[in-house]
Design a protein around this ligand. Structure first.
Ligand SMILES: Cc1ncc(COP(=O)(O)O)c(C=O)c1O
Length: 430
């Protein structure tokens, strides 16, 4: 009886006896059963290993707790890729893929050996890719670990280093994969450093410094941050880290740093220190989201440790070829990063003219609060989506963003104008 009551069933006081067995009539609303079940998540996880419970309506299951990554446009294009031409009918500004093409040398290299690249096992640990990245970034090859996108590195390296007893500080708002991995996957103890709209979502350096006295095992920063686009300059961050206890490790996600300046990266600092790890995606700044290429830069000791838990062939052969060719085409990318700043400025001016409150970001996206006359973020995102424009409702990416915050990716000049036109007509803006 106790077992049934614990999942929310209530007795009606009606019994029936059949031999030695007593039957009791009990009932519960499905909604109440589901909410009681959420207390049994570990047990449900055990069941899920042997039973497919995802099809049971209302049943909480693991995949529902994964964080949302955008990419809703695949529902229109079709994720079995039979109608890829539909990509021309949408504007994907909800994920932060680069607005420009990969460097011509990248595309040519893959075109020349596509069949070979598809059928051949790549260098096991991406040795050549590590070498090329190390040379370009001025660090030792032993300080570089490659991964199939930074998501892969977050799930392997961070999961290897952070344990359920670790104390971790993250930003709020911040790219929500971190809270998901730390809290839902690892079960670590996580505190949040709140960034407020009144301070333009800038990190309060004194507040960060003060928090160090709590003795965190890890401090995780996305710099420039997403979804805010705000950046803490390298020299300020280096000073802050020098004031932290030696046992505190820093994980700095520099997915968007190249849009500020390559010199702002902490890679060299990370390679020569024992407690700083820099993770760099090649998705957004090198237009390589599709091939999944990224790397982590840390001391050789830390890299050696993570190499042990990293799967072989983590980056595909097309990914390794593309990454090497991208680093041989830095002039091309530098020109695109400079152009992005101009395009971002134009998009910001266009949005402000419509009455948006735009956070002055420095990456390939803008965090914006909707004009008063527009509906809230959820409804606005749905309205523009009906016209083929995908932007991101970021209200769940932090506790203080409110219900009217959206993130819009910077596109090329013509597409930015289309974005502005759709926003204006769909949301009835000036
Ligand atoms: C801050 C940040 N880090 C990491 C990622 C993951 O990127 P990828 O796995 O494509 O390298 C993203 C993607 O949006 C991001 O915004």
């Amino acid at each position: 009886m106790n077992l049934y009551e614990r999942v929310g069933l209530q007795s009606h006081g009606l019994h029936a006896q059949a031999g030695d067995v007593t039957y009791e009539l009990m009932s519960a609303e499905v909604e109440s059963l589901c909410s009681h079940l959420s207390k049994f998540s570990r047990l449900i996880q055990r069941f899920e290993r042997s039973v497919d419970i995802a099809g049971i309506p209302g049943m909480p299951h693991e995949s529902e707790s994964a964080c949302f990554h955008g990419g809703a446009f695949w529902e229109v294009i079709g994720d079995t890729f039979e109608t890829l031409e539909r990509r021309e009918s949408i504007i994907s500004a909800d994920v932060l893929d680069a607005w420009f093409e990969p460097a011509p040398a990248v595309v040519q290299a893959l075109e020349r050996c596509l069949s070979f690249a598809l059928k051949t096992s790549p260098p096991t640990a991406g040795e050549g890719m590590r070498h090329v990245i190390a040379r370009a970034r001025g660090v030792s090859k032993n300080s570089i670990l490659t991964g199939a996108g930074s998501s892969n590195l977050i799930f392997t390296a961070l999961r290897g280093w952070v344990t359920p007893s670790s104390r971790v500080l993250i930003l709020d708002p911040m790219y929500d994969e971190y809270a998901h991995v730390l809290e839902q996957v690892i079960g670590a103890r996580v505190d949040r450093l709140r960034l407020s709209r009144t301070h333009g979502y800038q990190i309060d350096r004194q507040q960060l410094r003060d928090s160090f006295s709590r003795g965190y095992d890890w401090v995780i920063l996305v710099n420039p941050n997403s979804p805010t686009g705000r950046h803490l300059p390298r020299h300020q961050l280096e000073h802050l880290m020098a004031e932290a206890p030696k046992a505190t490790r820093f994980w700095i996600d520099e997915t968007y740093v190249d849009y500020v300046s390559e010199e702002q990266s902490l890679e060299v600092h990370a390679a020569t220190s024992s407690n700083v790890v820099v993770v760099k995606s090649m998705s957004k700044a090198y237009a390589l989201s599709g091939v999944r290429a990224a790397y982590l830069c840390a001391s050789p000791g830390l890299v050696r440790e993570t190499l042990r838990w990293s799967p072989p062939w983590a980056v595909s052969l097309p990914g390794q070829i593309a990454a090497c060719k991208a680093f041989a085409s830095l002039d091309y990318y530098r020109a695109r990063w400079r152009e992005t700043a101009i395009l971002r400025g134009e998009l910001q001016a266009g949005l402000e003219a419509q009455g948006w409150d735009v956070v002055p970001g420095c990456a390939n996206f803008l965090l914006c609060h909707l004009p008063r006359s527009a509906p809230d973020a959820e409804e606005s995102v749905a309205k523009v989506r009906a016209r083929g424009l995908f932007i991101r409702d970021v209200t769940s990416m932090g506790t203080g963003l409110g219900k009217r915050a959206v993130r819009i990716a910077v596109k090329d000049r013509g597409t930015n104008q289309q974005v502005l036109d759709i926003l204006s007509s769909a949301l009835g803006l000036g």
